[in-house]
Design a protein around this ligand. Structure first.
Ligand SMILES: [Zn+2]
Length: 503
C-alpha cells in the first residue's frame, strides 16, 4: 500500500506525494516557551516524531522544522510576573523543553527557528501584504489582515464564515474592519523595551500567526509538503497561516498536507490549568519512563482524543516492563551486551521481503500512521520471540531473526532502547526528599545529596532491623508508619528480612 495520510485540507485520506520527488519539507508549530511543557505537547511532538521517523524509513530526504515561539504576550506577562527579562525566561523554558524532548526520545528537528531571529522576514511579509491591499494599518500603527480580501478564507476550518465570526471571539481592538481580521503586527508605545522598529513608523511586536508564515518562508520558500500541529491550532492559527502565506507568495496551497493530532483528555475532561487536571511532562516522567508514556500515546490513533488516567498508564507500564524483559532475555540468549543495544543495526525498508513482521508494520503505518496496529505487530513479534526462546533457544538464527524485527519496529516507533536496561522502579523526587528527612530524624545526620535512593532506603531498613533486634517495637512501628505516609509499603518476611514496594 502506498503511503496515505489524512489531510485536514481535503477532509479525507490521500496518497502521499511530495511536491519535489524524494524530498520533504515539513513544519511543526513548536511551543510558546513560557512554562513547562505538558502532555498536550508530549502527544503532539511524539506523534510528529513518529511521522518524521517513518518518512526517513520510507527513504525520503526530510527537512523538518520545529520552531520556538520566543516572543508572545504569554511570555511577556509571565516575565512581568517573575520580574525577569522575557528573553531569559524564554531561553530557560526552551532548555526545559529540550530536556523533555530528549527524555521522550524525540529526534531533534533539522531546523529549530526562533521567532525573534525572523522579525525582519515578518516585516517583509507584512509590507508585501500592505502593498497588495490584503493588510491595513490602523490609527495606532497596528497592522491587520483583511480576511474579506481572500475568497477562500476558512477553507481549512470548513465552517460557514458566520460561525467563524463567533469562533473568533470579537475582540475590542480599535479599527478592525471585521471581527475575523487578525493582527499581523501589534503596535506598542515608543518606550516599550520589548518591541521592534518598523518601516511604517510605529514600533511593536509580531502577531503569532505571522511568526510561523515568516519562518516557513525563509527556511522553505513558497510551499511546503507537510504542516502539522495539534487540532486546537486548525482555527485560527493554521487558517491564518494559510491566508498570510498564500496572499504573500500567490502560490497555493501553502502546505500540501495539513495533519492534526487529537486532544489529550484527563479522565474524560479536556486538560486545562483551570480544571486542575493539568499535567506536565516532567511530572509524568517522575512516575513513568519515556517509553511508557510513548506506548500510552501511540496505542491510540493520532487523530483520536486520548484519555489520560492512571489505569491506562499503569497498563502501558506493565506492557512496557514485559517488552523490556523480553528484550533482556533475548540479549542474554544472543550474548548481546546491554551497552550495544542502542547501536544494534536495525532493518531498513529493503529488508521487508525477508522480514514479514516488518512488512506488516510498514503496511499499517502506511495507512495514515496506524500506530495501534503497528504496536500490535510489535507485540506479535515479541510473542513469537518469547515462544522461540522458551521452546527452541538453541535456534539462534531464528531468535536473532525475530529479535531484530522486534527491535527495528521498536526503534521506528521511537522507543528508547537505552531504557530497556534502566531501573524499572525509579522513586519520585519527593519520595527521595522525604526519605532523606526520615533518615535525618532517625540519626541526626544528613546524607550526601548524591546518595542513591535505593541505598538510603536500605539504610533506613537497617535502622528498623536494629530497632527490632533490640525489641524497640515503638521505633520499628514508627519507621513503618513514616514509610507508609510517603507511599512505601514494608512487608516483613518470615526470615526476618523486610521487602518494600511503592503503593
Ligand atoms: Zn504555527
Amino acid at each position: 500500500m502506498a503511503f496515505h495520510l489524512h489531510n485536514t485540507l481535503s477532509g479525507g485520506k490521500e496518497p502521499f506525494e511530495p511536491i519535489e520527488p524524494g524530498k520533504i519539507r515539513m513544519y511543526v508549530c513548536g511551543p510558546t516557551v513560557y512554562d513547562e511543557a505538558h502532555l498536550g505537547h508530549a502527544r503532539c511532538y511524539i506523534t510528529w516524531d513518529v511521522l518524521y521517523r517513518f518518512l526517513l524509513y520510507l527513504g525520503y530526504e526530510v527537512r523538518y522544522a520545529r520552531n520556538i515561539t520566543d516572543v508572545d504576550d504569554k511570555i511577556l506577562n509571565r516575565a512581568d510576573e517573575l520580574n525577569e527579562p522575557f528573553k531569559e525566561l524564554a531561553i530557560r523554558f526552551t532548555q526545559h523543553f529540550h530536556d523533555d524532548m530528549e527524555a521522550l526520545n524525540t529526534l531533534p528537528p533539522t531546523d529549530e527557528p526562533r521567532a525573534t531571529d525572523y522579525i525582519d522576514e515578518m516585516i517583509t511579509g507584512i509590507e508585501v501584504l500592505i502593498t497588495k491591499g490584503i493588510a491595513y494599518k490602523t490609527a495606532d500603527g497596528s497592522v491587520y489582515y483583511r480576511t474579506a480580501a481572500k475568497a477562500d478564507y476558512g477553507k481549512l476550518w470548513k465552517q460557514p464564515l458566520d460561525e467563524l465570526k463567533q469562533e473568533a471571539r470579537v475582540e475590542s481592538e480599535a479599527g478592525k474592519e471585521s471581527p475575523l481580521d487578525f493582527a499581523l503586527w501589534k503596535s506598542t508605545n515608543a518606550n516599550d523595551p520589548n518591541s521592534w522598529p518598523t518601516p511604517w513608523g510605529q514600533p511593536g511586536r509580531p502577531g503569532w500567526h505571522m511568526e510561523c508564515s515568516a519562518m516557513n518562508h525563509r527556511i522553505f520558500g513558497d510551499q511546503i509538503d507537510i504542516h502539522t500541529g495539534g487540532a486546537d491550532l486548525i482555527f485560527p492559527h493554521h487558517e491564518n497561516e494559510i491566508a498570510q502565506s498564500e496572499a504573500w507568495t500567490d502560490k497555493a496551497p501553502f502546505a500540501k498536507y495539513w495533519l492534526h493530532n487529537g486532544f489529550v483528555n484527563v479522565s474524560g475532561e479536556k486538560m486545562s490549568k483551570s480544571l486542575g487536571n493539568f499535567s506536565t511532562i516532567k511530572r509524568v516522567l517522575e512516575r513513568y519512563d519515556g517509553n511508557t508514556l510513548r506506548y500510552f500515546l501511540l496505542v491510540n490513533h493520532y487523530r483520536m482524543p486520548v484519555d489520560l488516567n492512571d489505569d491506562a498508564l499503569v497498563g502501558a507500564k506493565n506492557r512496557m516492563v514485559k517488552i523490556h524483559r523480553s528484550f533482556k532475555v533475548a540479549c542474554d540468549t544472543l550474548g548481546i551486551h546491554p551497552d550495544v543495544l542502542k547501536e544494534y543495526p536495525i532493518l531498513t525498508r529493503n529488508d521487508t521481503s525477508k522480514n514479514p513482521y516488518l512488512a506488516e508494520f510498514e503496511q499499517h503505518m502506511s495507512d495514515d500512521m496506524s500506530t495501534p496496529k503497528a504496536l500490535s505487530v510489535m507485540d506479535e513479534t515479541i510473542k513469537a520471540l518469547n515462544q522461540t526462546i522458551a521452546q527452541n533457544a538453541d535456534d539462534l538464527p531464528k531468535v536473532r531473526h525475530l529479535f531484530v524485527q522486534a527491535l527495528s519496529i521498536f526503534s521506528y516507533l521511537g522507543f528508547n532502547s537505552a531504557l530497556v536496561f534502566a531501573d524499572e522502579n525509579p522513586l519520585p523526587r519527593e519520595t527521595v526528599d522525604a526519605l532523606r528527612t526520615i533518615y535525618r530524624e532517625l540519626t541526626g545526620e544528613w546524607l550526601a545529596s548524591d546518595k542513591d535512593p535505593a541505598v538510603i532506603l536500605d539504610e533506613i531498613l537497617t535502622l528498623r532491623q536494629r530497632a527490632k533486634e533490640i525489641k524497640n517495637w515503638e521505633q520499628a512501628d514508627a519507621i513503618r508508619k513514616h514509610m507508609t505516609d510517603i507511599g512505601i509499603k514494608l512487608i516483613d518476611q518470615k526470615d526476618g528480612s523486610t521487602q518494600w514496594e511503592q503503593v
